[in-house]
Design a protein around this ligand. Structure first.
Ligand code: SAM
Length: 286
């Protein structure tokens, strides 16, 4: 069987994936330790029996519901890629929107005055947001917290591979870093926001494979945000901003929490790439 034939068979087996073609190519390049461009160049080569077996086993795992990113061990995020294991949530494309907003805020601040010096990512998971911000804001020191030590070890590994180790301090913490006297210019958080009441709405593959500590936050999903938002004013430096990813039904509640905590700030509910209200930003008044 040639590579092209193996890809065609895999596409059929992966028909329930959102992009069977992309998944088939990702799995074959993983099995052969090559790039997708490398696959194209060798489409008519014949697969060895061992490679064919390895590829079939990977295809079966994904067809059986294991997320593609865990099977290949990495996930793209903006212009880089992070290693992912079942200890961390697979970073979503929606979260790239949060990163882009935060990067834009940091660039506008730098254009208007001194650049942002201190950034906090709460619930860092794979470290995707902390790394994106460290790469985009070279003058800033980034702190990233998570309650899961296993997640922190994946995040620290990612920072090492992306040459950001000296820019990010990873801390094991329940939401906040220990020293409340050192406020941040920019705080980002994609905390768990799924309600245990919504358990049945969550996809099987997510429920079976992604860490529940990264998904659920009390009955209505808001336990952590109800704890987090009221403390935010004491953690933000004057002129600082925050961006919080939320569930699509939580906008009204989180905006109200933010307005109560920051009566003079500009609080905005923003839409994600799928046009759902999924991001709350808090900015100083202009
Ligand atoms: C939805 S995931 C987000 C991961 C990553 N920031 C991203 O956007 O892909 C939430 C993360 O928050 C962490 N977390 C849950 N409860 C926490 C808490 N009380 N304090 C700090 N981190 C927490 C989880 O371990 C998980 O890594």
């Amino acid at each position: 069987m040639t590579l092209a034939e193996a890809l065609a068979a895999a596409r059929a087996a992966l028909r329930r994936e959102p992009q069977p073609d992309v998944a088939a190519r990702a799995l074959l390049s993983h099995a052969l330790a090559t790039t997708t461009a490398g696959l194209l160049a060798h489409r008519s080569d014949v697969l060895s029996v061992a490679d064919r077996r390895a590829f079939d086993a990977l295809v079966r795992r994904v067809a059986d519901g294991e997320p593609l990113a865990y099977v290949v061990g990495h996930q793209p995020f903006l212009d880089f890629s992070v290693r992912v294991t079942p200890a961390v949530l697979i970073p979503r494309i929606e979260t790239e929107g949060l990163a882009e907003w935060a990067i834009r805020f940091a660039r506008l601040r730098a254009a208007a005055g001194p650049p942002i010096r201190r950034i906090l990512d709460v619930g860092t998971g794979s470290g995707a947001l902390a790394i994106a911000l460290a790469r985009a804001c070279p003058e800033a020191a980034v702190t990233a917290t998570d309650i899961s030590d296993d997640a922190l070890s994946v995040a620290a590994d990612n920072a090492r591979s992306l040459a950001c180790t000296d820019r990010i301090a990873f801390l094991s913490a329940d939401l906040w870093p220990p020293d409340p006297r050192a406020p941040f210019d920019l705080v980002v958080a994609n905390l768990p926001y799924v309600g245990t009441d919504e358990h049945d709405d969550v996809g099987r593959s997510v429920l079976d494979h992604e860490p529940h500590g990264a998904l659920f936050s009390g009955r209505d999903g808001l336990d952590l945000l109800r704890r987090f938002v009221p403390e935010l004013p004491s953690r933000l430096a004057p002129g600082g901003a925050a961006a919080l990813e939320i569930g699509w039904r939580q906008g009204e509640t989180v905006v109200a929490l933010a307005r109560e905590a920051f009566p003079y700030a500009v609080v905005t509910l923003r839409h994600d790439v799928f046009d759902r209200p999924r991001l709350v930003t808090i900015e100083p008044p202009t």
